[in-house]
Design a protein around this ligand. Structure first.
Ligand code: ADP
Ligand code: MG
Length: 240
């Protein structure tokens, strides 16, 4: 569903991604792990065309989205993104947040958008929060609402960038439960995470990024239990 080939991304003199290859089959979960600054967020931002790559190519559903002739807005409409924090517009209710893109970008009539949004909110345990403003929600509820908002446009692919990193530990579980459920429904996801036990449980493929290079990749059992690279071993020793 998503393919990156020899992707290179620089900021000025700094090479942030070098020759990154990535293959994300449909209905699979890919976990990106690696130290802070290793390039996880940049990789996700490139996949969503929030950053322009310097070299290489990216395909979504067989279409080369890094082709200058590709319609970047149309590409972004097929990808849902959730960041670490501040995903929701504070001056809008949860329901307004969730229905914004379906109504404005996809032209879904208000009534239908709200009906679908309420269904999704219900499913993620936020049925009672539809008319609340974000600051009345816990961090975990806000992130779940942000996931609902990303899902509201029925994305083909979901990119999740450390969505539990800003949460109090007791709120992490409820957000990870949602990701677990989405995996059960076959949603294709790429997630950057520091939650190693979660990555191990939920991912079909784990990629260890080190200095902008995918240094090691494989099934979670292979990467976590039998890492081939010394730097992977060092990283895992430090973090686990
Ligand atoms: P991670 O998400 O793994 O922590 P990032 O992708 O955020 O890593 O960052 C990778 C590197 O790219 C870091 O060295 C960071 O400082 C640099 N970087 C990220 N965004 C920018 C930017 N907009 N301008 C300059 N450097 C950046
Ligand atoms: Mg990051």
């Amino acid at each position: 569903m998503l393919r990156m080939e020899s992707v290179r991304k620089t900021f000025g003199e700094t090479v942030v991604l070098r020759d990154v290859d990535l293959d994300v089959p449909q209905h699979t979960v890919t976990a990106l792990i690696g130290a802070s600054g290793s390039g996880k967020s940049t990789l996700l931002r490139c996949a969503n065309l929030l950053e322009e790559i310097d070299d290489g190519a990216i395909w979504l559903d067989g279409e080369e989205i890094t082709d200058p002739r590709a319609d970047a807005d149309a590409v972004r409409r097929r990808i849902g993104v959730v960041f670490q924090a501040y995903n929701l517009f504070p001056h809008m209710t949860v329901l307004e947040n969730v229905t914004l893109a379906p109504r404005r970008v996809h032209g879904v009539p208000r009534e239908k958008a709200e009906e679908e949004a309420r269904g999704l909110l219900e499913r993620l345990g936020l049925g009672a929060k539809a008319t609340e403003y974000p600051d009345r929600l816990s961090g975990g509820q806000q992130q779940r609402a942000a996931i609902v908002r990303a899902l509201a446009v029925r994305p083909r692919l979901l990119l999740l960038d450390e969505i539990t990193a800003a949460l109090d530990p007791e709120l992490v579980g409820e957000v990870l439960d949602v990701v677990r459920d989405l995996k059960g429904e076959g949603m294709t996801m790429v997630l950057a995470t520091h939650e190693m036990s979660f990555a191990r449980e939920v991912a079909d493929q784990v990629c260890f990024l080190d200095g902008g290079v995918v240094l090691e990749r494989g099934a979670p059992e292979a990467v976590f239990e039998d890492p081939q690279e010394e730097r992977t071993r060092k990283f895992l020793r430090r973090i686990v």
